[in-house]
Design a protein around this ligand. Structure first.
Ligand code: SF4
Length: 280
């Protein structure tokens, strides 16, 4: 029997509203819940992965910082006994992860250094270089960023936390700003295969050439948003230029950072031949 459930995404603190359509034990559809008073139908690409978690034959129970049933929590938190019975029926395992038992021992390394560059990452660099070399002239790498006074979209409806100069800005290296005719504080058009937004530029040498950054969690100016303060500091949503089909090949997960984009000053788009060659 096909049933629609109204729930919250459990993957991060934003707890976006979702509608989950199930057919028996199968999740057949997950989408944003338009009736959720906060998220009002918007979800990030991660939410659709909840179906994969639900269908995983093993159940992971994470104890510690987030004492939730992390796998299958859509159905199981209120219905643990039934879920465990189903899992046993299909030969699944219950894996209890308790980080408290592993810490601080897991943090210690033989050489007493923190290993920031595991072999798997280093071995993937050639593929990444090749990927960037295949990009068209004028294409840049878009990364997100976290901000001290923000937690996803949560804190943007607090006047004390959003006051001051606009923080939803596109960080651009000075060399790229010059290359693409962008000026500090002026709007730019940021485009990808997924969509396009207009956002003010902040020129800074904190970014390396070829990489630009837009913070995560903004974009409160849509029709129907009921957040009075946030709507006045709306910014734009990085999700509007995020290609949900873009996958990180090394880990096999959705890659929300490292998207391929172009940027130009507001005005008529230049012809491709007008793009200056990127510096190496
Ligand atoms: S932002 Fe994404 S991961 Fe977080 S709750 Fe919303 S849909 Fe889930």
């Amino acid at each position: 029997m096909v049933v629609t459930h109204h729930h919250s995404c459990t993957l991060c603190e934003a707890t976006c509203g979702i509608t989950v359509t199930t057919d028996g034990d199968r999740v057949v559809d997950i989408r944003g819940d338009e009736h959720d008073p906060i998220s009002r139908g918007y979800i990030c690409p991660k939410a659709t992965a909840l179906a994969d978690l639900h269908h995983d034959p093993d159940l992971f129970i994470c104890i510690g910082a987030n004492p939730l049933v992390s796998n299958g929590s859509l159905m199981t938190a209120p219905n643990m006994r039934r879920r465990l019975k189903m899992l046993r029926g299909r030969g699944g395992r219950v894996v209890v992860i308790d980080p408290r038992r592993r810490l601080p021992g897991r943090l210690y390394t033989k050489d007493r250094k923190i290993h920031l560059a595991p072999g798997e990452y280093l071995g993937d660099l050639d593929r990444l270089r090749g990927r960037m070399e295949a990009w068209a002239p004028g294409e840049l790498v878009l990364i997100g960023r976290r901000q001290l006074r923000s937690s996803n979209s949560w804190l943007h409806n607090s006047a004390r936390l959003v006051k001051g100069k606009p923080r939803c800005t596109l960080l651009v290296n000075p060399a790229d700003a010059e290359r693409y005719g962008l000026a500090d504080g002026e709007p730019a058009v940021l485009s990808s295969a997924a969509g396009q937004v207009e956002v003010p530029v902040e020129v800074t040498d904190e970014m390396m050439p070829g990489v630009i950054s837009l913070p995560h969690g903004w974009g409160h100016g849509r029709p129907g948003v009921w957040l009075g303060v946030a709507s006045k500091h709306a910014g734009v949503s990085i999700n509007d230029v995020t290609d949900e089909q873009f996958v990180d090949e090394l880990t096999g997960t959705a890659a929300l950072s490292g998207q391929r984009v172009t940027v130009r000053a507001v005005g008529p788009p230049p012809s491709e031949a007008a793009w200056p060659a990127a510096s190496s």
